[in-house]
Design a protein around this ligand. Structure first.
Ligand SMILES: Cc1cc2nc3c(=O)[nH]c(=O)nc-3n(C[C@H](O)[C@H](O)[C@H](O)COP(=O)(O)O)c2cc1C
Length: 314
């Protein structure tokens, strides 16, 4: 597949191909399809720092009317494959040379088989975590390809439509005590501050939050579930296992982010993964290589002073 990052038709084509491949796989499960992605710069002549988007298109298509017509055509084709394209949010038409270089670099880092082998090693290490009576609660599901696409599309849609679901378990205390609310607000401020999203910018915050449902575009996306019969003890054991996984990943030069936001839509997750009602959706996890230059990774949180949570009684 030849593609460029700036081309909406490439994205639309990719979604159509995925749907076609899913149909094909259902009809011909014995045939293995190998996809090779080949980046191509469609507009190599663009200046290194890009150009203002609106101006670029007006010049390219000749008039504002022609731009409107073309964008309406693209939006229509995109919505037919479940994508919403908001051209008004695109400020610049970038030169994609660096993006292609990065892709090339990333694709040399690990094939699908290598990634899966690494994941197995990490999970085996995480599973060494102790658990009460060695019950080893919890299951990990890696979602890839069409399953991941379908899951993310359904979660993003529910988030945009603000369709609430009954959660399987309560994560935060209800009501939230003021002292904890302050920590929550400080964490949110650290995150949105690092991202440069202003306090009153509801749309910016919503867009960042939606990234949870795309697993922050990490190469590995995991869902973590636990059998409905377990109580708080089982969650505690699973928490240790999760921390083991995060530490094992870090020891291999990887980074991770647990995604509690997934627990807000347990039924959507179960439907996409075809899981029975007995599986409680605990959280998700994004795993991959840290993009050290990304503003989000400049987020720094603080911890309470030791005496706030440790007491010696005599
Ligand atoms: C179980 C768990 C669930 C989390 N869920 C999310 C989430 O849904 N989205 C997110 O951006 N961060 C999530 N986080 C990250 C926390 O917000 C973050 O760890 C916390 O603010 C402390 O910051 P630090 O990890 O930089 O020390 C989660 C962390 C844990 C342990």
């Amino acid at each position: 597949m030849y593609f460029d990052f700036i081309c909406p038709w490439c994205l639309i084509g990719r979604r159509q191909l995925q749907a076609a491949l899913a149909q094909f796989k259902a009809a011909q499960p014995q045939v293995e399809v190998n996809l090779a992605w080949q980046g191509v710069q469609l507009l190599p002549e663009l200046p290194f720092n890009g150009q203002p988007f609106a101006e670029f298109y007006r010049r390219r298509l000749g008039s504002e009317q022609a731009v409107q017509q073309r964008q309406a055509q693209v939006r229509l084709a995109a919505s037919a494959v479940g994508e919403q394209i908001d051209f008004s949010r695109i400020q610049r038409m970038p030169n994609t040379a660096d993006a292609h270089r990065l892709l090339l670099h990333a694709s040399e880092l690990g094939s699908e088989t290598q990634v899966e082998a690494l994941l197995e090693r990490l999970l085996a290490a995480a599973r060494l975590a102790p658990s009460g009576a060695n019950l080893q609660p919890g299951r990990f599901w890696a979602v890839e390809g069409a399953v991941r696409e379908r899951l993310s599309a359904a979660l993003c849609q529910a988030w945009r439509d603000q369709v609430p679901e009954a959660e399987d378990y309560g994560y935060f205390p209800r009501p939230m005590p003021l002292a904890l609310r302050k920590r929550q607000v400080a964490a949110a401020q650290a995150l949105y501050g690092a991202l440069g999203v202003a306090r009153g910018d509801g749309a910016g915050r919503a867009a960042q939050f939606e990234r949870n449902y795309r697993f922050f575009d990490a190469p590995v996306a995991l869902i973590v579930t636990i059998d409905r019969g377990f109580g708080a003890g089982g969650f505690m054991d699973l928490g240790m296992c999760l921390h083991g996984l995060m530490l094992a990943a870090q020891s291999q030069g990887l980074a991770s982010c647990a995604i509690g936001a997934l627990a807000s839509y347990p039924q959507i997750v179960r439907d996409a993964l075809d899981l029975p009602a007995s599986e409680v959706v605990v959280c998700g996890m994004a795993l991959g290589w840290e993009d050290a230059g990304a503003p989000v990774n400049r987020t720094r949180t603080e911890r309470e002073a030791l005496e706030r949570y440790f007491t010696v009684l005599r």
